[in-house]
Design a protein around this ligand. Structure first.
Ligand SMILES: [Zn+2]
Length: 118
């Protein structure tokens, strides 16, 4: 069966950026790494999905950084060429070197320092 956006979201229990766990008062949101007309297609494309709290949703980093988070937290669906195409760019417009550089600047959270919004 095809993975739905809702089922995928339930598997992602923490905000990728701050590590905050979803609560009733601070739900997590599935963001699409796409814009405008591509957003409809992105709703069906796991490569474009990004799990984030509402606060961080308003402060998303650049695309290379978002893809670094994607690789870290959702490796099976890491596909930068697909995301670039959805954004109307050349498939090779975001390189692995850019994503590696972005990843070096990120302190990924882990289970030992996870936050809770309650
Ligand atoms: Zn967050």
């Amino acid at each position: 069966m095809r993975l739905t956006r809702t089922a995928w979201g339930k598997q992602q229990e923490n905000c990728w950026i701050c590590g905050g766990r979803a609560t009733d008062t601070m739900p997590l949101h599935t963001h699409e790494m796409a814009r405008g007309p591509a957003r409809q297609a992105a709703l069906k494309e796991p490569a474009a999905w990004f799990r984030v709290c509402l606060y961080d949703h308003d402060n998303l980093p650049d695309l290379a950084s978002c893809l670094a988070y994607k690789r870290h937290f959702d490796r099976p669906h890491f596909a930068p060429a697909v995301v670039a195409s959805l954004r109307g760019r050349q498939p090779d417009s975001v390189t692995l070197a850019e994503i590696d550089r972005a990843a070096e600047q990120i302190e990924f959270w882990d289970e030992s320092n996870v936050l809770c919004f309650d």
